[in-house]
Write a protein that binds this ligand. Structure first.
Ligand code: LMR
Length: 333
């Protein structure tokens, strides 16, 4: 009897940890590209750092390749608190704020160092809070890189784009950027872009070396101009209430994990941009068009007049701060 009683106690003691240890809280991270891209690698790094730093209490569950939802839907899902993390391109917030349109202005940033200076500046950090009134909190920026133009036929000058259909992210700045050179902008969500390019629904598109290479757009649009005319970067966002509901210790560790993952993602983006550019240059059947400084000026002069329309929409001080970061080595205000 005594033995049975002791066994019962022992059994109960063994069961206690099992019944007390709850399943990890699942945190959904939705994005639209593959695991081999800067964003995909950053998300995987964030997942493993959260596990390392916060133990088994949380599990970051990644849905990549738009397997859960598109980026535009993800922004709404973040606002509604249905998912916890997303990293849409900065052009995909147009419905929620006009301030981030500064990142879409053509020929704003000469290189990625200027982009980093602006993102790290007071104004750049303030923009992380530009959607706070809608429950969206920006946690940090992730680079992909500067955009290049690609097309299914040779082109050299802005006039050569006349009448050509260009796939764009659905952003009014990007729409105007192509319309001003008499091209036909066609907004197409990312998950449909490959098919649209393959089936000649569009003649051209704009994207980074990394996306052109990884998504194999070069197979159908082998004429690629090294235009560096625009930017494709991302903002990692979360829901305000979810973020505020974390206890301070967890929130700090989660932000730390994200900061480390972003540093890693930015290093991947820089290396991948260099490598994919070289690989595309060496690829048979791909023609890289490198504009001379005079030709580059021609492109800039053709597209930059759209700035006038957006300066007041975005806010003059924001455009000024981005410009200052682009021309000065010192951090902008
Ligand atoms: C796009 O739609 O071109 C980009 O947002 C894809 C990406 O890298 O997220």
């Amino acid at each position: 009897m005594k033995t049975q009683f002791l066994l019962a106690i022992l059994f109960a003691m063994l069961m206690v940890p099992l019944t007390l240890s709850a399943a990890p809280r699942q945190l959904i991270f939705s994005h639209v590209v593959g695991p081999d891209t800067p964003k995909g690698k950053m998300a995987l790094m964030f997942k493993s750092l959260v596990k390392e730093k916060l133990g088994d209490r949380y599990e970051v569950v990644i849905y990549d390749k738009a397997s859960l939802m598109s980026d535009v839907e993800a922004v709404d899902a973040i606002a509604a608190g249905q998912i916890q993390f997303a990293a849409p391109a900065l052009s995909k917030f147009v419905k929620h704020t006009s301030k981030l349109k500064v990142f879409d202005l053509p020929f704003m940033f000469p290189d990625m160092a200027a982009v980093s200076r602006f993102q790290n500046s007071f104004t750049g950090q303030m923009l992380l809070n530009s959607m706070a009134d809608q429950g969206i909190r920006g946690l940090g920026y992730l680079h992909n890189g500067l955009k290049q133009l690609s097309a299914n036929r040779p082109f050299e000058t802005p006039d050569d784009l006349a009448g050509l259909r260009f796939r764009i992210i659905n952003s009014d700045v990007l729409f105007d950027q192509f319309q001003i050179v008499n091209a036909k902008p066609v907004p197409i969500p990312w998950p449909e872009t490959y098919e649209a390019i393959k089936n000649d629904r569009v003649d051209g598109q704009e994207n980074t070396w990394s996306n052109i290479y990884t998504s194999q757009f070069y197979k159908f649009q082998p004429y690629i101009m090294e235009s560096n005319h625009g930017l494709l970067d991302y903002m990692v966002i979360t829901n305000q209430h979810f973020w505020a509901s974390l206890d301070e210790h967890d929130r700090r560790l989660m932000q730390y994990s994200l900061n480390m993952a972003l540093e890693y993602g930015n290093a991947v983006a820089a290396a991948k941009s260099l490598n994919d550019r070289v690989d595309l240059r060496n690829m048979r059947g791909v023609t890289i068009i490198t504009p001379s400084p005079a030709e580059k000026l021609q492109w800039r002069d053709a597209m930059k007049p759209i700035w006038r329309k957006y300066e007041t929409v975005i806010g003059k001080s924001i455009v000024e701060a981005a410009r200052a970061a682009s021309v000065n080595q010192v951090a902008a205000q």
